[in-house]
Design a protein. Sequence first.
Length: 417
Amino acid sequence: MKLWFPYSQMANKTTRFSVVKAEGVYLYLSEHKKVIDGVSSWWAAIHGYNHPALNQALQEQAANFSHVMLGGLEHQPAQELATKLVEITPSGLNHVFFSDSGSVGVEVALKMAIQFWRNQGNLAKTNFLSLRHAYHGDTFKAMEVGDDSDFQQAFGHVLQKGYFLETPAGGFHAAAAALQPDIDKLENLLQTNHHTIAAFILEPLVQCAGGFRMYSPLYLQAAKELCTKYNVLLIFDEVATGFGRTGKRFAADHAGVTPDIMILGKALTAGYLGHAATLTTTRVFEGFLGADYDKAFMHGPTFMGNALACAVALKSIELFEQEDYPEKVSRIEATLQEHLGTIRHGSIREVRVLGAIGVVEVTDAKYLEGFTDYAVQHGAWLRPFGNYVYLMPPYIIQEEELKQLILVISNWFTKFN
Ligand SMILES: *Cc1c(COP(=O)(O)O)cnc(C)c1O
């Protein structure tokens, strides 16, 4: 096998389905076999595949130019996308640094946090605080602030871990009282260690790759308040939650909180091209200004601000706004709540729904063995991991198609009766 696959033991024989075409919510595994994509190609393809308007935006940009370096040069697609992102993200995020993937966007955020303090002569704030079960990407510093042993156990002897707190209790609708112990722990930790902490990084509201664990917007508000009080930067990694996935444009919007730094990726380019954006407040940006060149931010991915990526991102955001995507997401949420949220079975620990995310958590991974093949046989592309089978469909999915996906999941559990 010449092609090396991700997260795969290549010694094992694994069925892999070859895609010959994709259109709308469908992946075609041959001319005659199509499956509904329930996971939007790792949560990115929010408008589905082969979208005429997105295709056109790419073609028009390619006919002009596809890419030029952002070192010493600039161009309209990058300028326009930066302006648009500042406009639609929480107020106060005024500057945009592009990179080529979510992991690198996270690296950029972490480097910014450390250098922000260093530029003030503070060399002590070099640690990070993050949450248990966090996933922030597969590069080294992103692994260090992450906490999923599957993704990083091979590097456990190398990683230098910072501080971790438990995922806030009580789910999305947690009452303030239920959340208070977690907020107290946050305050205690910051009080004791803030001198060495550069930033608190978290996936706001939903920890996706760590098991779709959901928590309350109240925690984000408390985190903002305490980070301000203890002079620690707050970083929201919205690579997975950005662009409507949780029901609002950004998860931060549920809380009305502006972090110091925010990272966007995945759905930013609607699943067409790898790209990410790290946004900052003016305070952070200004921390890099000065007469000294060595205060400048030292990072510059070759493909940052790629013109094709910027053009498709701009068109994606335009579609999102013109075609009332929040309404689409709220209909998906209602269907998920009604039909997925009500599935009960002895092997199911919990079903959670928020926005266009639905997850069934089983009590033991053995209950999901063979699920992917079963789903494909029944017309669905769903890819469980660990104890979770989840739905994160393209927002253009029709009611009937979504119900079909849900039926594949609910029928699967009847075989254990
Ligand atoms: C996927 C993901 C990343 C990493 O993005 P890549 O584009 O795969 O590098 C980072 N953070 C979160 C929350 C993610 O879901």
